[in-house]
Design a protein around this ligand. Structure first.
Ligand SMILES: NC(=O)c1ccc[n+]([C@@H]2O[C@H](COP(=O)([O-])OP(=O)(O)OC[C@H]3O[C@@H](n4cnc5c(N)ncnc54)[C@H](O)[C@@H]3O)[C@@H](O)[C@H]2O)c1
Length: 350
């Protein structure tokens, strides 16, 4: 059994990590930590688990093998480093830390202490991601050249996530999800080369961004276009992927279920045409076949036919069984370096 302690009993710690650990047959919840004694009492009552207000006191008393850190983002670096220095591995909620220099300090502590650390990136295991990865693996649309992701809501956020000094803002918060998801879907070898970011604060209180536009050109010349808008009711397709011979769109399928619709051409079915230097386009037409006449094919993939993967299985394999990390820390550092570039090049327009 992997003795596991949760630090921070907030939205994600209490609603996701604690129940997942309790339900997992290879992990045991050995302690919880929170500065709120009410929350510790709630954990004691519901799970019979001992609570502490100080992480270091908990480590010496409960001797966990693993701590799961789900406190506000500005605390991630200090708590991760302290846990590793005390001989404990760390499963850290995203974003890895407040900024890139803190991420490097965490990586340096991993190397110095020889401890393991993985960052929780739940969107890698969501059914949408599992489904889209399977669709992309079918290679129906030819070379992928552009990936668009849209995330929207209207949120008048007023908690610590609305403040930059706590590592808040949508670039850090959701950017860590959706940039990572894009890189994961397009292939782990995708490296960002040119990055452009625009940020606004529109509906949220505080000083942090709630509207973020990120455009990334990868080394293999794919475009990643991520729109995170927490100040709109407008809905657009959540995913669109463009390839040389077609596109994939997230939509309602013909049976009404949400999923991915693929419209694609098979190059061998296209009639042979040649380039013409004639300065009068033949028949006053600009292409010998109109889109409607092309031999389009359609394939549909319902998201419900794909299941979510249990992230704690990856935790058990990495922290306890000596397997490779599902998310190597170098990938997370690359993600956080993209976010850092975005932050450094964009003011927040309010
Ligand atoms: N992976 C995801 O999908 C996901 C979702 C939500 C939040 N998060 C991340 O998880 C982290 C926490 O976010 P949240 O929304 O759960 O926050 P939250 O505000 O709901 O909860 C934070 C908790 O930490 C406790 N806390 C504060 N200071 C502490 C300290 N020094 N020691 C111990 N506990 C302390 C608070 O009392 C509170 O219970 C953030 O980094 C956030 O980005 C990830």
């Amino acid at each position: 059994m992997l003795r596991t302690a949760v630090i921070g009993l907030g939205r994600i710690g209490w609603s996701y990590h604690v129940p997942q650990i309790v339900a997992h047959e290879k992990l045991s919840l050995c302690a919880v930590v929170d500065t709120s004694t009410d929350r510790l009492a709630e954990a004691k009552e519901k799970y019979g688990v001992e609570g502490y207000t100080d992480m270091m006191e908990m480590i010496s008393a409960a001797k966990p093998n693993l701590v799961v850190i789900c406190t506000p983002t500005h605390l991630h670096a200090a708590q991760s480093i302290a846990a590793m220095e005390a001989g404990v591995d760390v499963f850290l909620d995203k974003p890895m830390a407040k900024d890139l220099s803190e991420c490097h300090a965490i990586q340096e502590a991993m190397e110095r202490t020889g401890r393991k650390l993985m960052v929780y990136q739940p969107h890698r295991v969501m059914p949408e991601t599992v489904a889209l990865k399977a669709v992309l693996a079918e290679n129906l649309i030819g070379d992928v050249y552009m990936y668009k992701r849209y995330v929207s809501n209207y949120v008048r956020r007023n908690d610590w996530q609305a403040m930059l000094k706590y590592g808040g803002g949508m670039l850090n918060n959701y950017g860590a999800h959706y940039i990572d998801q894009a890189l994961y879907l397009l292939g782990s070898d995708e490296e960002a080369e040119n990055i452009h970011c625009i940020r606004y604060r529109m509906a949220s209180l505080g000083d942090a961004d709630d509207v973020v536009k990120i455009v990334i050109e990868t080394k293999s010349r794919k475009t990643i276009d991520v729109d995170i808008n927490q100040a709109t009711k407008a809905s657009l397709p959540l995913f669109v992927v463009y390839g040389r011979y077609g596109n994939i769109i997230h939509t309602r399928l013909s049976d009404g279920r949400p999923g991915f619709k693929v419209d694609y051409l098979q190059p061998e079915e296209l009639k042979k045409i040649s380039l013409s230097e004639d300065l009068a386009a033949a028949g006053r037409k600009y292409a010998p076949d109109a889109a409607a006449e092309l031999p389009w094919k359609v394939k549909e993939f319902a998201v419900a036919d794909f299941s979510k993967v249990n992230f704690y299985d990856y935790c058990y394999e990495y922290f306890s069984q000596g397997k490779e990390s599902f998310i190597p820390v170098e990938q997370t550092i690359h993600l956080m370096s993209i976010i850092d570039t975005c932050r450094n090049q964009s003011d927040i327009f309010a």
